[in-house]
Design a protein around this ligand. Structure first.
Ligand code: PMT
Length: 408
């Protein structure tokens, strides 16, 4: 079954504040327009020092407002009208100054006044120096805004405009776009009608009746994907290895233990699903199980391991294959190995993550992904696995739509 998402023209109001990252907001406008959104732009006075209103006017095809009281505009699209017009407001970049103003209910310029007057969801994509971001006063302001219903699109880590390294880079336009589109109400159940199959968690390979081999997967990434799928309206089947998590409500859960059991369950279910995401950490090797407990005897013990069946590659070879998304967990040469797996296993997409580092990968609450497909890639920076899952599901659905739209 092919499900194509119909985009209803959304009214997005972009508020640009002063900061080097303002140039990225031009890309955000392009991104939104491409996705059939109607975009209006307002700017603070300091934003105009980094990028001209003309750029945004040309991209959005609407005049850009910079003044709170503009006699001409007040007759047409004054700040109250504009606040009512918007389905969503995004402040990008959001400077420490506007964050502080909004947290305290100030309304002394166009952006702060309009946000105070707004009744629609307001998103903030902060960009600032890492020390400013980490200051408790800024963090308290962010908390206040979140408690008051503002949505945070967290800044990422990297080299900042000032040359320092740390958290403070504005999120990439594609991430901001996805957050804006994803967090839509029920009308945006874009996976409605799609049957999504996800494998999660580790497998356990028994050596004898008392011992087994496993890995560090907690299942958090796969379970977060299942939740994101449910939230987007999909019918989700989750095939899980042994984990200490409860399955999201509405998910059809199938618990397995070994790689062979996971293989059987996934291959059987794959025929009835449109998308398969292999987020499980499946054992590559297993033992020939010993019927009795192996007794301690010699100073060393040699064990023979046998290769398990590759689930992803097998699903990709099914005559009526779903759209197949793999993961790659690597301790080195992440990009090369991920791209090899994409090709060798005949996948539609692969999401690569570092494992064995201090942050991200196995068991951590957070993760970052480098996602590849035949002619493209996208980087999703370090964030909570729940947010990451929402963004990955969106990306997968975009590619899925493209593949089947192309095939007609
Ligand atoms: O569970 P968490 O603690 O949240 O951690 C998340 C994670 C790190 C486990 C997850 O993000 C992840 O990377 N999952 C895949 C782990 C893995 O086994 O990667 P791999 O590079 O060894 O395998 C590549 C792909 O082949 C994976 O999609 C895997 O599911 C699949 N595979 C592997 C072996 C096998 N026999 N059959 C398979 O289908």
């Amino acid at each position: 079954m092919i499900v194509l998402r119909i985009f209803i023209k959304k009214h997005i109001l972009l508020a640009v504040c002063g900061g080097i990252a303002a140039y990225k907001s031009a890309e955000l406008v392009r991104c939104l327009i491409k996705k059939n959104c109607d975009v209006r732009v307002i700017m603070t006075a300091s934003a105009g020092k980094f990028i001209t209103p003309l750029t945004f006017q040309a991209l959005s095809r609407h005049p850009v407002q910079t003044q709170l009281l503009d006699t001409e505009q007040e007759n047409a699209m004054g700040h109250i009208n504009l606040a009512r017009w918007a389905d969503k407001i995004i402040i990008a970049p959001a400077s420490a100054n506007i964050i502080a103003k909004l947290a305290h209910g100030l309304a002394d310029d166009l952006v702060s006044t309009l946000c105070l007057a707004a009744e629609c969801p307001v998103y903030i994509a902060p960009a600032m120096n890492q020390a400013m971001w980490h200051k408790s006063i800024t963090q308290n302001n962010i908390k206040t805004l979140q408690q008051n219903g503002f949505e945070l699109i967290a800044p990422s880590e990297g080299i900042l405009a000032c040359g320092e390294f740390g958290v403070g880079r504005m999120s990439e336009p594609s991430i901001i776009y996805q957050s804006l589109i994803n967090s839509s109400p029920a009308s945006d159940l874009y996976l409605k009608g799609v049957h999504l199959l996800i494998s999660a968690g580790p497998t356990r390979e028994a050596l004898d009746p008392v011992r087994y081999m496993t890995n560090r997967s907690s299942g958090k990434m796969g379970y977060a994907l299942a939740q994101a799928g449910i939230d987007a309206g999909a019918k989700v089947t989750l095939i899980s290895g042994p984990v200490a998590l409860s399955a999201p409500m509405g998910v059809q859960l199938i618990m397995v233990e070994t790689a062979e059991e996971m293989f059987q369950a996934v291959v059987l279910a794959a025929k009835n699903h449109q998308i398969y995401i292999g987020a499980a950490a499946v054992a590559d090797y297993t033992f020939a199980v010993q019927p009795q407990k192996i007794k301690k005897q010699q100073s060393s013990l040699q064990l023979t391991l046998h290769k398990t069946k590759d689930i992803l590659a097998s699903v990709a070879l099914l005559p009526q294959r779903p759209f197949v998304v793999g993961f790659a967990a690597e301790t080195h040469e992440l990009v090369r190995y991920a791209q090899e797996k994409l090709i060798n296993k005949k996948l539609d997409m692969i999401a690569a993550n570092w494992v064995g580092k201090a942050e991200g990968g196995f068991d951590d609450r957070q993760n970052a992904l480098h996602v590849f497909w035949e002619k493209g890639s996208s980087q999703l920076p370090m964030m909570d696995k729940k947010d990451l899952a929402v963004q990955l599901i969106t990306l997968i659905f975009e590619r899925y739509q493209k593949k089947y739209a192309l095939k007609g």
